[in-house]
Design a protein around this ligand. Structure first.
Ligand code: ZN
Length: 133
């Protein structure tokens, strides 16, 4: 799908931040690696960036995740992460508009071996939110 390949080829918020929390996470089943930087200010995600190597799904999903959570509070970001996780595990009747482009990854639920690729960025986000105040 075009939206997914666009995010994969030209990922948004790609790079690293000088400040904030850093999390390195990998998905051994596919070889995806992500380094996520997260900066909180006044309980909101002020800036976020990621780098690393990964398959199309993992890079696209991380790019979509950064778009979805920037400017959100910690609570909202945790909510979006759990919403995304439910969506790719195939839960139906979810209201996924808030996920933005990440909602395009709902089809991953049909490919169980790719679920970990799609949740890698979101899992890194959750870890970074736990570190960063
Ligand atoms: Zn992967």
């Amino acid at each position: 799908m075009a939206v997914i390949s666009d995010h994969s080829k030209n990922p948004h918020h790609h790079g690293t931040l000088d400040q904030g929390a850093k999390v390195l996470l990998n998905n051994p089943t596919c070889g995806d690696v992500i380094e996520l930087s997260l900066l909180m200010k006044e309980d909101k995600i002020a800036d976020i960036a990621f780098s690393g190597e990964g398959c199309t799904i993992s890079v696209a999903s991380s790019s979509m995740m950064t778009d979805a959570v920037i400017g959100k509070t910690k609570e909202e970001a945790f909510y979006l992460a759990s919403l995304f996780s439910k969506m790719v595990q195939g839960q139906e009747n979810l209201e996924t508009n808030e996920l933005g482009d990440a909602a395009f990854l709902s089809g991953v639920s049909k490919f169980p071996q790719r679920i970990k690729c799609s949740t890698l960025g979101w899992n890194a986000l959750k870890k970074a939110l736990e570190i960063e105040k």
